[in-house]
Structures are given as structure tokens and as C-alpha cells.
Design a protein around this ligand. Structure first.
Ligand code: AMP
Length: 230
């Protein structure tokens, strides 16, 4: 009887966790072919060395930088998040002051040896942090729940063990850096920052393979383009 009670407690806890888990995220999409092709090269190398890891690889069509994650409970909250994103646009444009933000990616990093990603160049991370803080501020001002967000650490995840729970059961607990050491300090390319999306984690993805977006804002770089031509 006690065991049954414990089982029910556990079930209730799982349901509660699911209810409170983030279901949306604010994303900067990555579409530059040079970056995506190189990520596919690394994924291919890993697959060649360890074919079992195929199911843990993240399709490059979904490649993005996560700014924050949010738990949005109702349509009303989704609408508020859209407003928050629109507010962020103004703040972000003020941060960039008409300059293009060329996001450069270099080398490979990991969280807990379970999430493997391409890193943003160190010297640009402070700009990303400022952008992330602006977005976070707008979501907080709207009273939205973004407590699931991690420390800002710009990363392009291309492999995560949690995507393939069967691997864990097979005994894969950690990804050895030997699998990707050839690329650990390689350049991956540059993406011009121009768009921020509010994406749903669990809704059906778009035909392109990218996440379902409730809203996309374009960050205006037109004055930067004019500056470049002068
Ligand atoms: P994402 O690429 O944003 O979907 O993140 C992939 C995984 O990395 C998720 O499971 C996150 O929880 C985890 N993650 C993201 N940021 C961090 C961080 N700063 N420290 C540790 N884990 C993180």
C-alpha cells in the first residue's frame, strides 16, 4: 500500500513538473549554409565513429541560439509574450545602434558532456548578453514565467543525449570529446543577426524543419546597410 502511495506521489510530481516545464523559447535562427554544412560535417564524423549516436543528433534545419525559455499557460500569456518580443525589438535596435551584429562561431563546447554545441566567439558574447538581458527584461515586465532559463551562454546545440532516452538505458552517460576533437578549435562561420522568434517547443514543426513560430521580429539593420555602402 505504501509503495502504491509512493507511485502515485511520483506520478503527481511528474504531472506537476510537466505542467510547469517550459513550452516556448525565444530563438535566434541560424540559416547560414557555411555554418550548417560544417555542423553536418562534425555530426557525420561523430556518426562514423559511434553510429549509435545517430538519434542524439539535432537536425541542422532547427539550428538556433536560445535566448530564454518560457512557460506560457494560456493564449493570453502567448499574446503577452508576443508583445514582450515586440518591445524587445526596440531595445535591441538601441543596443546595436544601427550596426550589424556579425555573430561568429568558433570551436566546440559541452554542458555536462551530455549536450554538445558550437560556441559563439568569446569577444562577441557580451553583445549577445546585452540582447538576452533586454529580452529577459521585457518578458519579466509582462509578468511571464521564464524561471526555466539557464545562464546566458550562447550555444548551437548539435547533439544532446536527452533526445535519445534509449541510449541512456544502453549505458551512454557521457559523450567523449575524442569524437569531435578534430573540430574543437575550428571556425564555423558567421551569421548576421537579423531576427528573433517566439517558438513553440511541442507544436508541429514547419515544413522547413524549423520550429513553429508564434511571432518573428526583424531587427532593423537597414541603416547599417546604408552605412556599409557609403
Ligand atoms: P538548447 O540548444 O537551448 O535547446 O539547449 C540544449 C540543452 O542544453 C537544454 O537541455 C538546456 O537545458 C541545456 N542548457 C542550455 N543552457 C545551459 C547552460 N547555460 N548550462 C547548462 N545547460 C544548459
Amino acid at each position: 500500500e505504501q509503495q502504491e502511495g509512493q507511485r502515485q506521489d511520483k506520478q503527481a510530481m511528474c504531472k506537476k513538473q510537466l505542467r510547469e516545464m517550459p513550452n516556448y523559447f525565444v530563438s535566434i535562427p541560424i540559416t547560414n549554409d557555411q555554418i550548417l554544412d560544417k555542423i553536418e560535417d562534425v555530426q557525420e564524423l561523430i556518426f562514423t565513429k559511434e553510429p549509435d549516436l545517430l538519434r542524439a543528433l539535432i537536425p541542422v534545419q532547427t539550428m538556433h541560439l536560445t535566448i530564454i525559455v518560457a512557460h506560457l499557460r494560456t493564449e493570453e500569456e502567448v499574446k503577452k509574450a508576443i508583445l514582450a518580443l515586440e518591445q524587445s525589438k526596440t531595445k535591441v535596435e538601441a543596443i546595436l545602434q544601427g550596426k550589424l551584429f556579425n555573430m561568429t562561431f568558433h570551436g566546440i563546447g559541452q554542458f555536462n558532456n551530455q549536450v554538445i554545441y558550437v560556441k559563439m566567439s568569446e569577444d562577441q558574447q557580451h553583445i549577445f548578453n546585452k540582447i538576452a538581458e533586454a529580452v529577459e527584461g521585457s518578458f519579466n515586465d509582462m509578468g511571464l514565467d521564464i524561471t526555466g532559463s539557464k545562464d546566458f551562454k550562447p550555444h548551437l546545440t548539435f547533439l544532446k543525449l536527452s533526445k535519445a532516452p534509449a541510449l541512456r538505458r544502453k549505458g551512454y552517460r557521457k559523450i567523449s570529446s575524442d569524437l569531435y576533437k578534430e573540430y574543437e578549435d575550428s571556425p564555423f562561420g558567421t551569421e548576421i543577426f537579423s531576427q528573433i522568434d517566439l517558438c513553440a517547443m511541442h507544436k508541429k514543426k514547419q515544413e522547413s524543419g524549423y520550429y513553429y513560430c508564434e511571432c518573428s521580429v526583424n531587427v532593423d539593420c537597414s541603416s547599417a546597410e546604408e552605412n556599409k555602402e557609403q
